[in-house]
Design a protein around this ligand. Structure first.
Ligand code: G4P
Length: 522
């Protein structure tokens, strides 16, 4: 019998892994994929990362700097559930990409290095999750190495993140003696992840026997204290974003990952409701809706086609169906939507809420776009951040100005940079959140368009989107300040200021003008 929409939705778990670089995100992703049978051997994700890195020139940046620039999605099934992992770039210079990806998840796994605790990037990413009430499962990684005391780590999470912690498992041993996890509520124990079923035990004493004699009493005392003093896991509180269940393990040595994947299946929510301009969309609503949160250029520089990553929010996407693109009102045939697995892509015949499909297109789709089966609605909340760095692009060969214009437009549509066209007709200004994005732009302009460029300081350093309740006020401002006004890719006006001081000054002089640092795509 065909699966009902409600059943299909209830099996979906769509999440991101948030971590400070080096905490073990790649290793953990790989182990999760191994469980799902999406890959056969440990090392494939890393190997794939390497292969991809050699595939196109602009990704040299990744290779040289050892950072992951590209966001992607990977799907696998485990014990009846469909898991979609949305990968995010670790480096903060690509923060806008990461933030947009987080709009497309229903839960997050926060990976913490057991020796380092909460690191700056973890904190930042956590704050974004909190803003969106995304429930978080915590995985304390690298327990096979010298680590901090588990209570100390829990305290740090509580203090720095103002988040209640509920240790679900407790580590058995530390560093060299680390040998598995003890489930505090179920009174079960699991050695390595190869043990599919956890074994019921007769209290911590029975578990302590797995440890060297001098560590046994400490383990018993600790687990008793954990049971008495720590909060028990409360799913409602977790779903509201107030509490995080905590698991201890070692992704590299295969400990605790099975606990984590079970928790994702048992605790993490199925696809959430999504807010649109005219109504809230429920995952089990009949009609298909989706929004685009990322555009990625084809890795093959000879083909200019792009993949738009769309998260399905409701209904059923079927290959061949026609969708309405809200921004233009035009129809779009979904002839070749794709699913992504670790090592391959596959045509997606059907996709449900929570799933992410790649839609190949030649520039029709943009970040923030909404697709529906005909309804005129627009999803809210995919953010666009005002750039921290503004530059003019200097072309070495002035004859190629037209080509540069086209290339910049394409890069901006992909979300690599933001592009602002000054009202006074002066050359376009590019804006980025992090300096590395400029490096990516430069490399790609060279590799894909044969355009050698350099960047020049612009007289502006701050930029804000502007609007006014009365259109006449906005018009007046735009006319009076023509030299400081530009249009973004959507034609929306921005005000460019020399620095923060002049921005505040102008904001006071023109109280009718609203100036905002974050624009939500609409
Ligand atoms: P990231 O994606 O969060 O940046 O981290 P990644 O998984 O690449 O892991 C960073 C380093 O930490 C890697 O070592 C990885 O092998 C190691 N690692 C990950 N999980 C564990 C763990 O549970 N225990 C221990 N001991 N190490 C772990 P590397 O030497 O930088 O890279 P590689 O050359 O081993 O690939």
């Amino acid at each position: 019998m065909a699966e009902s929409l409600a059943e299909a939705v209830s099996r979906r778990r769509t999440f991101a892994i948030i971590a400070h670089p080096d905490a073990g995100k790649t290793t953990l992703t790989e182990k999760l994929l191994l469980f799902g049978g999406a890959i056969q051997l440990a090392g494939e994700v890393k190997a794939k990362k390497d292969r991809m890195q050699t595939r196109s020139d602009w990704m040299k940046i990744e290779r040289e700097r050892g950072i992951s620039v590209v966001t992607s999605v990977m799907t696998f099934e485990y014990e009846g559930n469909v898991f979609n992992i949305l990968d995010t770039p670790g480096h903060e210079d690509f923060a806008d990409d990461t933030y947009r990806t987080l709009t497309a998840v229903d839960a997050a796994v926060m990976v913490i290095d057991a020796a380092k605790g909460i690191e700056p990037r973890t904190l930042k990413l956590f704050e974004v999750c909190r803003m969106r009430d995304i429930p978080i499962i915590t995985f304390i990684n690298k327990m096979d190495r010298e680590s901090r005391d588990p209570f100390e780590i829990l305290d740090e999470v509580e203090e720095k993140l103002a988040l209640d912690t509920a240790p679900v498992t407790w580590p058995i041993g530390r560093s060299k003696t680390f040998c598995g996890s003890y489930h505090l509520a179920d009174n079960t124990v699991r050695g390595s992840d190869t043990e599919v079923e956890a074994t019921k035990v007769n209290g911590p004493q029975a578990v302590a026997d797995r440890l060297p004699e001098n560590e046994r009493q400490a383990f018993i005392d600790e687990t008793e204290l954990a049971i008495e003093a720590c909060r028990p896991f409360d799913r409602d509180s977790f779903l509201e974003g107030h509490m995080t269940p905590v698991f201890f393990g070692s992704a590299l040595r295969n400990f605790g990952v099975r606990d984590l994947i079970n928790a994702l299946g048992d605790f993490a929510p199925p696809p959430r409701d999504q807010v649109a301009d005219i109504r809230t969309v429920h995952a089990t609503d009949d009609k298909m809706t989706a929004f685009v949160f990322k555009i990625q250029a084809n890795m093959d520089p000879n083909h200019r086609d792009r993949i738009a990553f769309a998260r399905i929010c409701s209904g059923k996407l079927e290959r061949g169906m026609k969708a309405r693109l809200s921004r233009t009102g035009k129809q779009l045939g979904l002839t070749a939507p794709q699913f992504f697995f670790a090592s391959q892509r596959q045509l997606a015949d059907t996709a449900y809420a929570g799933d992410v499909v790649g839609i190949p297109n030649h520039g029709t789709l943009r970040i923030g776009d909404t697709l529906t089966e005909g309804e005129s609605l627009v999803f809210q909340g995919v953010p666009n951040f005002s750039p921290e760095i503004l530059r003019r692009v200097r072309l070495e060969d002035a004859m190629k100005a037209k080509k540069l214009k086209e290339a910049l437009q394409q890069m901006a549509e992909e979300g690599v940079v933001q592009l602002f066209s000054p009202e006074d007709g002066s050359p376009a200004i590019v804006g980025v959140v992090g300096a590395l994005q400029l490096d990516v732009l430069k490399e790609r302009l060279m590799a894909e368009y044969g355009l050698p460029v350099s960047f020049e300081m612009s007289r502006f350093s701050v930029c804000r989107w502007i609007s006014a309740d009365q259109p006449a006020d906005l018009e007046k401002f735009v006319t009076q300040r023509r030299g400081d006004i530009a249009r973004d890719l959507d034609g929306d006006p921005v005000f460019l200021a020399q620095d923060g001081f002049s921005l505040r000054y102008e904001a006071e002089r023109y109280p009718a003008i609203k100036m905002v640092a974050i624009k939500e795509y609409h």
